[in-house]
Design a protein around this ligand. Structure first.
Ligand code: NAI
Ligand code: SOE
Length: 397
């Protein structure tokens, strides 16, 4: 496994970076497990864990080797043995826990959505900037080698001028009225569900790959289920699906379909980009290849392509034919977080400014759907912790 790189390599005159990635994990569900694996895969340590109860934290600690179990998440956040706090809780707790971590001088990896409204996401982004700490939001699909390859090909100009971007993010785990989750409740998940939960990933990947930005949106939202839960359930106000039409700053047009109620679709994020010279299609359920279309020649690119870009190649950890996947993306995200903590500038690390961007887009989508009109998307106001590197020049300016 790849080790956290760069840790402990700071010059003697600068604050000493920790020699091990010492993490706190808050939340013991799906993401708590995935983040913990990623920390350990990088040679790091999960020194403590907190959940919704001490019993849950203890059970997680026992099964995942996660150090001390805490009843109080804030006590864990302030533990001097912790350098990086991973916030893996339901959405409404992201902002208070991240702010507490930054106030305690800790680096943060806060799950998406960074906050359930744009104003709070802006406060968090500013707090991270002012504290000078690494502050990451896991838009993790950026870490598939073939997504990076698509980005590099667009940036190199090999697909020409991009004029059309389309695709979607489809799931079915909330198809039936008896299927319920904390994400459905706006007080916990936030006012947008399908878009905030998964549409945000699609938009992040779309802007990351194209280096372009959505400048206006026209959205519709809808629901299959007006009530959810057992015994008649409760009234639902968050959307099951969203259709989105958009325009970009560079003049491209596009569409995206986002659904958590599409039978048979488990976690299908598809992004297709068409330029004047070629098309590219990435499917996160088939992430080992990138479809590359052209008038004269069409085929698939795989991880062992001799022309693979450096940024895609650096994320290849296994020989081709031995599939890499979702957990590998998180392992790479934590590796790059470790590099950033040590003062490095890893390419394409999604930071709080990207979480703010998603929150701004979410508000534009909700306004558009509610008022049944096109809505301009404001440019990102806060570009302090913008991703470094040559691929997205001017994007945050
Ligand atoms: P989950 O429901 O599996 O786990 C949430 C955990 O938070 C539970 O273990 C629960 O006990 C714990 N929790 C609840 N209240 C708490 C409190 N007061 N203090 C500490 N812990 C508390 O949810 P899942 O799927 O792990 O999602 C967590 C977050 O991660 C969400 O914000 C979600 O949007 C995000 N997520 C991101 C993904 C990505 O690809 N970046 C993938 C899946 C989820
Ligand atoms: C559920 O819709 C979920 O786990 C999201 O919360 C994640 O962000 C997405 O990556 C997978 O699906």
């Amino acid at each position: 496994m790849k080790k956290v790189t760069g840790l402990g390599s700071a010059p003697a005159s600068e604050p000493t970076a920790p020699s091990t990635y010492r993490a706190a994990v808050i939340g013991t569900g799906f993401m708590g497990r995935v983040h913990s694996h990623a920390v350990r895969a990088n040679g790091g340590e999960v020194v403590g864990v907190a959940g919704s109860s001490l019993a849950r934290a203890e059970a997680f600690s026992a099964s995942h080797g996660a150090g001390r179990a805490h009843a109080d998440a804030l006590e864990l956040v302030r533990d001097p043995d912790v350098d990086v706090v991973h916030v893996c809780t339901p959405n409404h707790l992201h902002a208070p826990l991240s702010l507490a971590a930054l106030a305690a001088g800790k680096h943060v990896v806060c799950e998406k959505p960074l906050a359930t409204d744009a104003s709070t996401a802006r406060d968090l982004t500013r707090a991270a900037r002012d504290a000078g700490l690494t502050a990451v939001v896991p838009f993790v699909y950026r870490f598939h080698p073939m997504a990076r390859e698509a980005r590099a090909r667009v940036a190199s100009g090999s697909v020409g001028r991009v004029g059309l971007v389309h695709g979607g993010y489809l799931q079915d785990w909330l198809l039936r009225p008896e299927e319920d989750n904390w994400r459905v409740d706006p007080a916990v998940g936030g006012p947008t569900r399908a878009f905030g939960d998964i549409g945000s990933h699609w938009c992040d990947l779309m802007e990351f790959v194209t280096g372009d930005r959505i400048s206006s949106v026209c959205a519709q939202t809808s629901r299959f289920n007006e009530r959810r839960g057992t015994d008649g359930g409760r009234a639902v106000t968050t959307e099951d699906l969203v259709t989105l039409q958009f325009a970009t700053e560079s003049g491209a047009v596009g569409t995206a379909v986002v659904s958590q109620v599409s039978p048979g679709r488990k976690n299908q994020l598809v992004l297709e980009v068409s330029g004047t010279e070629g098309s590219l299609r990435f499917d996160q359920e088939r992430p080992e290849t990138l479809w590359a279309g052209g008038r004269e020649r069409t085929g698939t690119v795989s991880r062992d392509d001799p022309g693979l870009s450096a940024d895609a190649a650096r994320l290849v950890t296994l020989p081709v034919g031995h599939p890499q996947g979702y957990q590998d993306c998180f392992n790479a995200l934590v590796a790059d977080t470790g590099t950033a903590v040590a003062g490095g500038e890893p390419e394409g690390l999604p930071v709080f400014a990207d979480g703010l961007r998603a929150a701004v887009l979410a508000e534009a989508v909700l306004v558009s759907a509610r008022e049944r009109r096109w809505v301009d998307v404001p440019a990102a106001e806060d570009h302090t912790d913008r991703p470094k590197g040559p691929i997205r020049p001017g994007l945050y300016e």
